[in-house]
Design a binder for this molecule. Structure first.
Ligand SMILES: Nc1ncnc2c1ncn2[C@@H]1O[C@H](COP(=O)(O)OP(=O)(O)OP(=O)(O)O)[C@@H](O)[C@H]1O
Ligand SMILES: [Mg+2]
Length: 256
């Protein structure tokens, strides 16, 4: 049974897409069956994987609105281990159209639950907002991974994200856990090391924490339509993403 992980942070540009894509690739490279879903109308995960948005392919939008079924939207990027469901700007419409539907927060859950047994991990790359798309991702997930940058505003973003999770747990009778926090784009400076230590000291619940270094090759990888771990496989960040994937696998073994 897949563990469904939403990669989430209310703050934009902290590395949600980078972490979601690279974690998913590393999980597949470690032999796990992975489904990555681009839940963001910006479609950054879609671009990073080199998937063209102008081909009229089935997307998360069709899946959420029920106009196409799972088989019609899932694509095999690296068969049989790595499946993907793309997004494009149409997904903005889903936020508005879903409002008129019954159980609008449960559409994603309903669409992916029957396929859980085909995967070891389902990774959801969330947009930087807490609208209906993110709520659908949270209602569908078992746990979250929160990437953040080592700076003051991250604390606010983390607290808002955590409060949203608590609200979803209460209102939807769920028990979403924070599976991990990624201190992303770390530069090794003393200030950032201090930030990380203080952040960890203030965590009220235990969660895995990981560091991913800033890597200029990871930064430019999407412009080459490649995930960072494929573009610069020997870099520090690639090693760290592999380590995160292995930790997630170990933790999941414990849960099952
Ligand atoms: N470890 C890293 N090293 C270098 N660059 C990085 C790293 N992580 C992310 N980036 C870069 O930072 C920028 C923002 O990353 P990304 O798009 O993954 O963030 P995001 O949280 O998904 O953004 P959004 O909120 O818009 O969805 C991108 O240009 C990405 O290439
Ligand atoms: Mg993103």
């Amino acid at each position: 049974m897949a563990r469904i992980l939403a990669v989430i942070n209310r703050k934009g540009g902290v590395g949600k897409t980078t972490c979601a894509v690279n974690m998913a690739v590393c999980l597949a490279a470690a032999g796990k069956k992975v489904l990555l879903m681009d839940m963001d109308p910006q479609g950054n995960a879609t671009t990073t994987l080199g998937v063209r948005k102008d081909r009229g392919l089935g997307t998360v939008y069709h899946l959420l609105l029920g106009s196409k079924n799972f088989a019609a939207v899932v694509m095999e990027i690296y068969p049989p281990l790595f499946h993907f469901i793309m997004a494009d700007a149409d997904l903005v419409g889903a936020e508005i159209e879903l409002v008129g539907y019954e159980n609008r927060e449960r559409h994603l859950q309903k669409a992916i639950d029957p396929h859980r047994s085909h995967y070891d991990f389902i990774i959801l790359d969330c947009p930087p907002s807490l609208g209906l798309l993110t709520v659908n991702a949270l209602v569908a997930c078992d746990g979250v991974v929160v990437p953040l940058q080592c700076e003051f505003f991250s604390i606010e973003g983390f607290v808002q994200t955590r409060d949203t999770i608590l609200r979803i747990n209460r209102n939807f009778a769920k028990a979403i856990t924070v599976d991990g926090i990624i201190f992303n784009m770390f530069d090794g400076s003393e200030a950032k090391q201090n930030f990380i230590q203080e952040f960890k000291d203030r965590l009220d619940q235990p969660a895995s924490t990981w560091i991913v270094h800033y890597d200029s090759q990871v930064n430019i990888a999407p412009s080459h339509l490649k995930p960072g771990v494929c573009f610069n496989p020997w870099g520090e960040a690639a090693k760290q993403f592999q380590e995160i994937a292995l930790d997630l696998i170990r933790a999941n073994r414990g849960i099952q």
